[in-house]
Design a protein around this ligand. Structure first.
Ligand code: ZN
Length: 330
């Protein structure tokens, strides 16, 4: 036995003694083929998968999708229904049932097999982190909208009682209702995916349609207020109505095109932002243009009536935040 084989043998004995029965020992029982593997870089995600570290069960033991089951590496990568889409993709690519005991051997079979497994680990872990962070955030936003909706409805009743329930306030309520429904759809999608492992594609699209509708109504509302409608005057000129109609019509057409695009072509898994598509880019351009028009209208109206200066200063700053920040956060 030469020097190298000797040290590998000693190393193997140490490995067996120190990691016996552990997750990594199940995946890599023999060191020799691992050390002498023909290919394969170990990246961050593979390290997490192989070591079994960084899983939530270290803090709270239960998998959110499977009551009573601990969310450890074996559960996440091999048995949890939440990730079974990724798992079956991997098994199709590797051509057989994958278990902790044969995974690493399958990875050695070819460079492609290694890459596919590496991609699998990354997909699963990204999904896991996403579910951990986005759902609590969405639920918080959902609560915020429920409270906002309650307060706004109360205000609407008060205004109606005093005969002050203007068109602008009705538009505002309409956009809050649509936005709330949209967020409920998003929450449902995350929970559905958590429980079944499959995306609720139709609900997800319905959610973005509701949120798109809410956005268009809110844009219309800001235009009307900027022109002074229900603030400094009670009617608009025919020309103003015509321009607003054109603009809102264009927004609706682009939003629907984006919706069809998402439905037909777009793979949400591939691109992070919906604005990275031709109709999305058009919509983004139109929103920036809308902001420009909004600023000019606010300035003109506030010059005509000095008594409403504070109202327009607030509207301009809050409206600008909405116009400019919203596209970036979607
Ligand atoms: Zn699970």
């Amino acid at each position: 036995m030469d020097e190298r084989a000797n040290s590998l043998h000693r190393w193997q004995l140490l490995w067996d003694a120190s990691t016996n029965g552990s997750w990594i020992h199940r995946l890599i029982p023999r060191l020799d083929p691992w050390v002498n593997r023909p290919h394969g870089e170990v990246n961050y995600y593979l390290t997490q998968m192989l070591s079994g570290h960084g899983f939530k069960y270290e803090e709270s033991p239960e998998c959110p999708a499977c009551p009573g089951v601990s969310e450890d590496a074996e559960h996440v990568f091999f048995t949890c229904p939440h990730f079974n889409v990724h798992c079956s993709t991997l098994e199709t690519a590797l051509g057989g049932r994958i278990q902790p005991e044969n995974l690493v051997e399958a990875m050695f079979s070819s460079e492609t097999a290694w890459e596919v497994t590496s991609a699998f680990a990354a997909e699963v872990l990204k999904d896991l982190r996403k579910a951990e962070h986005i759902l609590p955030l969405l639920i918080a936003v959902g609560f915020f909208y429920i409270i906002l909706l309650g307060l706004s409805t109360y205000m609407a009743i008060q205004l109606r009682y005093r005969r002050l329930l203007h068109v602008t306030y009705r538009l505002y309520i309409g956009s809050v209702i649509l936005q709330s429904i949209g967020i409920c759809c998003e929450i449902y999608c995350y929970i559905h995916q958590g429980l079944t492992g499959f995306e609720a594609h139709q609900t997800s699209l319905a959610g973005s349609l509701y949120e798109g509708g809410a956005e268009i109504i809110f844009t219309l509302l800001l235009f009307l207020l900027a022109l002074g409608y229900t603030v400094t005057r009670s009617s608009l000129t025919i020309k103003e109505v015509k321009y607003i109609s054109y603009f809102v019509g264009m927004l609706i057409i682009l939003q629907l095109t984006l919706f069809v695009y998402q439905w037909e072509i777009f793979d949400p898994g591939l691109v992070l932002y919906i604005y990275e598509s031709p109709p999305g880019f058009g919509l983004l351009t139109l929103k920036i243009l809308a902001w420009g028009i909004f600023v000019i209208c606010c300035w003109r109206t506030s010059r005509k009536t000095t008594t409403k200066f504070h109202f327009y200063a607030s509207l301009l700053s809050l409206g600008s935040i909405w116009f400019l920040c919203h596209p970036l956060t979607v």
